[in-house]
Write a protein that binds this ligand. Structure first.
Ligand code: IPM
Ligand code: MN
Length: 354
């Protein structure tokens, strides 16, 4: 099969971790005789420095012409403490989501046996937790009307959702639930927000169409508690953009394995696959960052963008083998720690040999 990829390494540790994922992608392509074609594109602070904008048109065209996008991370501390900066790396990410129509961000929350002791939760609470959080990604307060008034002393951001936006993401939630354990938790703040009341109304309309699925409506503040108290009670969770931003970060740390969790953003045009962690600027260039989340994002890419399940599984098996052998980076190593590039090499080699 022909696989045409756009590779956007971005900032910080982005280039190093994406390089390791590309080693795995190349090893898979050779093994399964796929014709791999890929091109690099600029994004984030790196793109601002080189061409003055964080998601240049050229990068967008590359994404549009590709079958999938492999993304590293964006963000640079030089922009974080300057609220007056007019161009910021994050705008590139938001623009990419909007222009590619990536309305669904899918984050599987899984635990890894060997890392349970790193979880901030007691082992018995988190062991076996396994759910998928689906975050709406192109609507809500991130993209609603925003601005300043009263000489700049009053600021506002608006949370707007249309029926169409809510319907498509809730339906996706049900499709996932049907393929899993048939439970969907729709998270909102319908006791306060009108946009949430629209979500709940639409959820109630769609639910009868999926009689096999147990539907649960939950307020976001309660969901924040339940993720900590009963993470094993979730199967599929669907929510709006900003609630999802916050809850998925919370969900990722309870597993003890932030450096291991991948994500897929899917929608209208080309899908994007990226680790859920950020650009970790303190580690940039040191060859110490954990490449596994990005490598697992490549596994999701084979499964979601190309429907190549066996390829995805082989990547997962290779990751599991490196973890079982304790051949991992310093963030999760129990004894000797290996370099980012060594872990990438080992995983690619394992793929070639198995
Ligand atoms: C994420 C990030 C982004 C978001 C930032 C960098 C704009 O936190 O992908 O979750 O808030 O969506
Ligand atoms: Mn976030």
């Amino acid at each position: 099969m022909k696989l045409k990829l756009a590779v956007l390494p971005g900032d910080g540790i982005g280039p190093e971790i994406v390089e390791q994922a590309m080693k795995a992608v190349k090893a898979i392509s050779e093994k399964f005789n796929h014709e791999l074609e890929y091109e690099y594109g600029l994004t984030g602070a790196t793109a601002i420095d080189e061409v003055g904008e964080p998601y240049p048109e050229k990068t967008h065209e590359l994404c549009m012409q590709s079958d999938a996008v492999l993304f590293g991370a964006i963000g640079d501390p030089k922009f974080d403490n300057n609220p007056k900066a007019t161009v910021r790396p994050e705008q590139g990410l938001l623009l990419m989501r909007k222009k590619l129509g990536l309305y669904a961000n899918i984050r599987p929350v899984e635990t890894f046996e060997s890392l349970l002791h790193k979880s901030p939760l007691r082992r018995e609470l988190v062991e076996g937790a396994d759910f998928v959080a689906i975050r709406e990604l192109t609507g809500g307060i991130y993209f609603g009307e925003k601005g300043r008034k009263d000489d700049g002393n009053t600021a506002f951001d608006t949370c707007t959702y249309t029926r169409e936006e809510v319907e498509r993401i809730i339906k996706l939630g049900y499709e996932f639930a049907m393929k899993r354990n048939k439970k969907l938790t729709i998270v909102d703040k319908a006791n306060v927000l009108e946009s949430s009341r629209l979500w709940r109304e639409i959820g109630q309309e769609i639910a009868p169409g999926y009689p096999e699925v147990t539907t649960e409506f939950m307020f976001v503040d309660n969901a924040a508690m339940q993720i900590i108290q009963w993470p094993k009670n979730f199967d599929v969770m669907v929510t709006e953009n900003m609630f999802g931003d916050i809850l998925t970060d919370e969900a990722s740390v309870i597993t003890g394995s932030l450096g291991l969790l991948p994500s897929a953003s899917i929608g209208i045009h080309t899908s994007v696959f990226e680790p859920i962690h950020g650009s970790y600027p303190q580690a940039a260039g040191k060859d110490i960052a954990n490449p596994i989340a990005t490598i697992l994002s490549a596994a999701m890419m084979f499964e979601y963008a190309f429907d190549l399940k066996e390829e995805g599984k082989l990547i997962r098996d290779a990751v599991a083998a490196s973890m079982a052998a304790n051949f991992v980076t310093e963030d999760i190593a129990e004894g000797k720690a290996y370099k980012t590039s060594e872990v990438g090499d080992l995983i690619a080699k394992w793929i070639a040999e198995n």
